[in-house]
Design a protein around this ligand. Structure first.
Ligand code: GCU
Length: 425
């Protein structure tokens, strides 16, 4: 990186000029990180009102156009059906609710099931953590009453997080109950007085490059398919998290002003975009969201835009492809997505062996966005350098890097619950 020429990118014209020089072999460049507090016309904003009214809007538009795609509004026909309730679930510890979200109102249309566990020991509305899961609601706990999803399920051996030998013809079976429970310490979450709300990614949108953008919610918007700024799967997941929030504001057991949105890895990328686009989320927790999540592309370390756009072409919109191989000169970067969460609390977590997610790049983004938090009168991240392993640093921005690899562990959850206590209690 030492040989890189680092400079400020003033606008798109400069960006394309730099691209031209690089393509001609005349330049090996890295641009300075774009300043979230400067408008696209380079004027620095001066008041928090300007941030909320002008700059936020501009950034949302920029990221929707160039990266995530534009998501539709809440469908007018959408409806909820609480199809299960047990006040004595998990040995009396929780009330379980399951809610079908019929996206277009039709029982045979695309449907997402919300699984909720609400702690019984707490009186009154409780704060909640909402996050999508990778392998179905029934996989997060052995509770025999959880509805087994009918949606497509990945299969195959050798998945380090979950034993999927229970999957037959890409359908989950009874034997799949609880197979992913380790990543979802529901007892600890309930003991700390939080409700947990989760839904399965494939209920919402297909994560298969071959069928991505055809199933689930995408099937309702065929007219958007040809657009280069059509919402990709990451945006669809984020959109569904907002639809979960639409339900939560109607549920009296939940304190909807205290809902944290959580996600790991690709679902962490979605959680971040959900928190950026929907200010009803009072907190955002990104567990190793990596490239296209919390890490900075500008460093040119770890997974890059080319890999994201070729291995997972359904995740972001078609426009994002034009930035392949331009990571280090990108005219925007992910600290500006995190900035859209400001001044709400945000927690970014890394794992030391999760090299693809570039832990130092996730930390650098958490640091870089501090300028926006301070501008809005809040503390940023109270750490100048990467904290020691397994040491959580918490201001309005939280961060830790734990030992081990790409995963969600009890240690991670404990830090998130402490962070939620700090801001919600
Ligand atoms: C792949 C991908 C990452 C992603 C991860 C996951 O490794 O390259 O960007 O975060 O899958 O979602 O588990």
């Amino acid at each position: 990186m030492g040989s890189y020429f680092v400079f400020n990118l003033k606008n798109y014209a400069t960006f394309y000029f730099v691209v031209f020089l690089i393509n001609a072999g005349l330049l090996h460049a890295q641009t300075a990180l774009p300043d979230p507090l400067a408008m696209n016309n380079w004027q620095r904003i001066k008041t928090s009102k300007q941030w909320h009214i002008q700059r936020r809007k501009e950034l949302l538009e920029l990221f929707a156009n160039e990266m995530y795609g534009h998501s539709p509004k809440r469908p007018s026909q959408m409806r909820f059906e609480v199809f299960d309730e047990d006040k004595n679930a998990l040995n009396g510890k929780a009330t379980r609710r399951q809610v079908a979200v019929y996206f277009n109102g039709k029982a045979d249309g695309p449907r997402m099931d919300l699984l909720m566990y609400i702690p019984n020991k707490v009186k009154g509305p409780v704060p909640a953590i909402v996050g999508l899961n990778f392998w179905g609601n029934h996989a997060v706990n052995t509770d025999p009453k959880i509805r087994i999803t009918q949606s497509w399920m990945e299969s195959g051996k050798g998945n380090p997080y979950v034993n999927l030998s229970c999957v037959v013809n890409n359908q989950a079976t009874e034997a799949c109950r609880g197979v992913n429970a380790k990543q979802w310490p529901i007892d600890s979450i309930l003991d700390r007085g939080y409700a947990l709300v989760t839904a399965y990614r494939e209920d919402i949108a297909s994560d298969d490059p071959k069928t991505g953008l055809q199933k689930g919610v995408h099937s309702l918007y065929p007219e958007l398919q040809t657009r280069d700024d059509n919402f990709g799967t990451i945006a669809a997941w984020a959109w569904a998290l907002s639809r979960a929030m639409d339900y939560l504001v109607t549920d009296k057991a939940i304190d909807s002003k205290k809902v944290a949105v959580f996600g790991w890895s690709r679902l962490g990328k979605a959680a971040l975009w959900a928190g950026a686009t929907d200010e009803r989320f009072a907190m955002v927790i990104s567990n190793e969201s990596g490239a296209g999540g919390a890490k900075l592309f500008h460093r040119g370390v770890g997974e890059n835009i080319r890999r994201l756009c070729t291995v997972f072409p359904h995740w972001y919109c078609a426009n994002f492809k034009k930035y392949m191989d331009k990571d280090t000169i990108l005219p925007f970067d992910q600290h500006q997505v995190i900035a859209l969460v400001a001044p709400r609390p945000v927690y970014i977590a890394s794992a030391v062996d999760d090299k693809g997610a570039d832990p130092a790049g996730e930390f650098a983004a958490a640091k870089a966005v501090g300028s926006v938090y301070r501008f809005l009168g809040k503390e940023g991240l109270p750490a100048d350098t990467l904290p020691a392993l397994n040491t959580s640093v918490q201001g309005q921005i939280g961060y830790h890097i734990r030992s081990g690899g790409h995963d969600v562990t009890l240690y991670d959850w404990q830090q998130y619950l402490n962070f939620a206590d700090k801001h919600f209690r």
